[in-house]
Write a protein that binds this ligand. Sequence first.
Ligand code: NAD
Length: 503
Amino acid sequence: MTYDINIVILAALTANRMGDVVMTQRTPVTVAYGDGIGPEIMEATLNILSAAGAAVELETIEIGEKVYLRGVETGMEPGAWDSLRRTKVFLKAPITTPQGGGYKSLNVTARKALGLYANVRPAVAYHPFVRTRHPGMDVVVVRENEEDLYAGIEHRQTDQVVQCLKLITRPGSEKVVRYAFEYARVNDRKKVTCLVKDNIMKLTDGLFHRVFDEIAAEYPDIAHETFIVDIGAAKLADTPEKFDVVVLPNLYGDVLSDVLAQIAGSVGLAGSANIGASCAMFEAIHGSAPRLAGQNLANPSGLLLAAVMMLVHIGQCDVAATVHNAFLKTIEDGVHTPDIYREGTSRQKVGTREFAAAVVDRLGQAPEVLRPVAYKAARPMSLWRGDAPHRKAHKELVGVDVFLDWEPGSPQDLGRALSMVVAAPLRLRVITNRGVKVWPDGLPETFCTDHWRCRFLAEDGQAVHPADVVELLRRVTEAGFDNIKTENLYRFDGVAGFSAVHG
Ligand code: NAD
């Protein structure tokens, strides 16, 4: 094992810079300084936390570029995982992922391995002190963090076609949606908005929407609404001040949270929390900005605000509010790093270290124009009621979609040939190409690839036996077809658990 754990005591037992007696019980936190600007912004952040009297005990781990280049494909040594599993709290600076293939995203690995199901990203405008087109903006994105297209299950199936599996689960949706409502309640937020595309993805996004409606009913004190993600995203970008908390599946959340951070003012200003049932990870939303590294130019605010979220998470709400208000006062006083410095608005252009010193000087002060913050000592952890009694739906097998790699002719040729494959009670009902019906009665204009979905159902809609499907597949293969995958078709409590055919 090649890494060391440094124990650094940040909080003294006696008094902090403001003369208050600080907490004696220190919470262990795993810290990674990362790459590029990471070490500078981490040092600035920890200096501020120390001066504010944060009661944390730091274990430093090494992650990122050097670890990748030592041949560890996840960018993190096994011992570092031990630290995380022990402390369960991770303050992480950005890392550089080396160019070239083979390196796994450390963030994706950490999110999945530690079960960090909710990614929380506030996007706040600091008008009139930081330039923005949306002065009233104060949106919190709660993004599902573990599933959706990010399950990373992809296959090449034919010469022409690749696929990526979109997985939406009931427990995954329940966890993140409940977190969003609890977050809203704890933080005095008034509304939760859900964005989905369930007019097209009726089963996957439909489930997320249904879970949202079910859980929203348990929070009558909080308003709720749902938009289709395309128009919802347009409204968010146009009038973000009309939104409060937004909860959405992984991919939409990934895209929209960056858009919101950018239109709020600067990616350098936004922090994020990755919350799980037992662990949590806090980081700036930006990357390691290698070109700024080592020049005392980087804005440490994103990591600092992530650290504020961490302090709230570990129950040190007063320290969190002290740091956050000192940060707001610094921004309000026009003490700005170059990324947000504007002639006429800003007063003093400072480097990373000087910005941190300015925040430390203002500990104990509150902003006068920007709204001061206060945090309640409640944290919405372990909210998933996955162990609650759950009635399993009655599941019946009613057919199978057989996917073929087939090129030689027209859809009519395929329909004719495949209709000859008789395996009662299953019968060929429809063939689609890229989801569009091409047999029977397809349109000659429909573009076809070498990837065909052939749906077999029983004559009268009755349930079938798994052996019937096995027999069908045997005959399909025997007839010379290249069967590349199958999807069983089920009814759950009498309702079809598969999408209807378009066209
Ligand atoms: P980036 O976020 O590092 O930089 C984008 C732009 O924003 C650059 O112009 C940069 O100078 C500026 N910027 C970013 N943070 C800033 C700050 N704190 N202060 C002032 N300006 C700031 O994105 P990139 O250039 O696409 O990526 C650089 C590296 O970071 C890549 O190796 C990428 O893989 C990695 N990355 C890591 C994380 C993470 O660790 N969470 C996230 C994103 C990217």
